[in-house]
Write a protein of this length. Structure first.
Length: 81
């Protein structure tokens, strides 16, 4: 299962949310999974935090989208590349 987590300026909330999601999936989700954090042109440290978490947590990736918005950044397609 591919889970895409779109984020914008979530440097404070992202670590706890992502670690909780990772723990739930690791503890017994019965199917293979991958989580992709899609940074939607954040202006804070979200991308740095996402990349650090991707290095720390197996099965987690981080990508950066250069322009903000659902019409300019098709987040829904990030996980199927």
């Amino acid at each position: 299962m591919e889970i895409v987590v779109p984020v914008y300026n979530e440097e404070r909330a992202l670590p706890g949310c992502l670690r909780t999601l990772h723990a739930r999936l690791t503890e017994g989700f019965p199917f293979p999974w991958r989580v992709t954090v899609a940074d939607n042109a954040s202006t804070d440290g979200t991308l740095t935090v996402a990349r650090r978490l991707a290095e720390e947590l197996p099965g987690v990736d981080a990508v950066h989208l250069d322009r903000k918005g659902p019409w300019t950044c098709p987040v829904q397609r990030v996980g199927v590349q």
